[in-house]
Design a protein around this ligand. Structure first.
Ligand code: MEV
Length: 429
């Protein structure tokens, strides 16, 4: 990848855009075509789910201007919502002026849970399990030789005594499993199911649930960025001037509400997930798992709060960071079946799942910044309006050049409504 800064990409006709993408990325024609056809064939879909009758398409766009850990990146984003890709690209441009996003990740360790019931003495059962830890881990390591070969495997066993529950006390055993470049659900679930009879033997109890936890808080990804103060000021379409300091402070004030108030934090985090999910979906990963992990992590201190933190450095520049569980894979599942996901991963050029995790949280942070900047200044609706107006025009029946004409008139009138779109369309016909 030469640069992720492709000036005027938005205004190019579709064919030109694909040409630019091929030039910048070095992807082959087949790979570029995979972005155009709707990914899965019917036969592939039929092998993936039960009762398949079709496939479901989403728009796929490119997030521009990203630099993550010094690498120029074009980001594939699958999402139906207008403004998300433009917002992320614009913020990535501001962030690149501050050196781009920097990311860190923990080891790709997932947690598998075994719920052990019907134990008389929970404490001595825990001790017995801990005494047998090396043997249990060794047994877990026989399950997936491929994962072992790539450096993964069982890392630890943790025992939690649950004193109080609706059915009384019980034990929970956590199997910590390094899944390397897999999402890991299959490996972890298989390991838990395999270990369960041994756990029953050792404890004298009954293993009930054996399943991965989506609160993957040992598999975290963090992104940080700095936006130079002089990049933040702007004049809006109504001629209102916002200085860099006003925008920065407005963003920090907006974040403060999310930090203390779950009602705002839910929406704030939704903005982060707009960016996160778009890349998760484009790369064929499990967005429900990521959503579950993100929101559980946001509440892990007992009160639901913001996943990101915004502040300023000693020079007055805006600083941001986000951290969340990021259980993504680059091997297995849809990442290796769906041709669009394969091409998306190729475009990102990632060699490990951890690298992908870092990119995804960077996009989440960019998206969060886009939303906060808009909310703290001109409001969110202006950015949404132009694409939204086009959608309303299409719904009203506009086609071809009439889509733009109807949309432009509605924006000029500041009335984007289906009834007005129908009237304007009639006046043009
Ligand atoms: C809309 O999809 C997302 C936002 O509501 C996020 C936010 O409020 O921070 C704009």
């Amino acid at each position: 990848m030469t640069t992720s800064r492709i000036v005027g990409f938005y205004n190019l006709p579709l064919g030109q855009r694909l040409k630019k993408l091929a030039e910048a990325s070095g992807l082959t024609t087949e790979e570029i075509i995979a972005f155009q056809v709707s990914g899965l064939t019917m036969a592939q879909a039929d092998h993936m789910v039960e009762n398949a009758i079709g496939t479901f398409a989403l728009p796929l766009g490119i997030g521009l201007n990203f630099i993550v850990n010094g690498r120029e990146l074009l980001i594939p984003m699958a999402i139906e919502e207008p403004s998300v890709i433009a917002g992320a690209s614009f913020m990535a441009k501001l962030v690149r002026a501050g050196g781009g996003f920097n990311t860190t990740t923990t080891e790709p360790e997932m947690i598998g849970q075994m719920q052990v019931l019907d134990i008389q003495d929970l404490f001595s059962a825990s001790v017995k399990l801990l005494e047998q830890k090396p043997q249990l881990l060794a047994e877990a390591n026989t399950i997936d030789p491929v994962l072992m070969k790539s450096g993964g495997g069982a890392r630890d066993l943790e025992i939690r005594i649950i004193e109080d529950s609706p059915i009384g006390p019980f034990l929970v055993v956590h199997l910590i499993y390094d899944v390397r470049d897999a999402m890991g659900a299959n490996a972890v679930n298989t390991a838990c199911e395999k270990l369960a009879p041994r756990v029953e033997q050792i404890t004298g109890g009954r293993v009930h649930l054996r399943i991965l936890s989506n609160l993957a808080d040992r598999r975290l990804a963090k992104a940080q960025c700095t936006v130079p103060l002089n990049e933040l000021g702007f004049t809006d379409a109504d001629g209102r001037v916002f200085t860099g300091g006003q925008v920065r402070d407005g963003i920090i004030e907006a974040w403060a509400l999310a930090a203390v108030d779950p009602y705002r934090a839910a929406t704030h985090n939704k903005g982060i997930m707009n960016g996160v999910d778009a890349v998760i979906i484009a790369t064929g990963n499990d967005w429900r798992a990521i959503e579950a992990g993100a929101h559980a992590y946001a509440a892990s201190d007992g009160r639901y709060t913001s996943l990101s933190i915004w502040g300023k450095d000693k020079n007055g520049n805006l600083t941001g960071e986000v951290e969340m569980p990021m259980a993504v894979g680059i091997i297995g599942g849809a990442t290796k079946v769906n041709p669009t996901a394969i091409a998306a991963l190729k475009l990102l050029g990632v060699k490990t799942a951890s690298e992908l995790a870092g990119i995804i949280v960077s996009v989440g942070l960019a998206q969060n910044l886009a939303a906060l900047r808009a909310l703290a200044t001109e409001g969110i609706q202006r950015g949404h309006m132009s694409l939204h107006a086009r959608q309303v025009a299409i719904t009203a029946g506009a086609t071809g050049v009439l889509i733009e004409k109807v949309a432009a008139q509605m924006i000029a009138e500041k009335t984007v409504r289906i009834d007005r779109a129908e009237e304007i369309l009639k006046s043009f016909q």
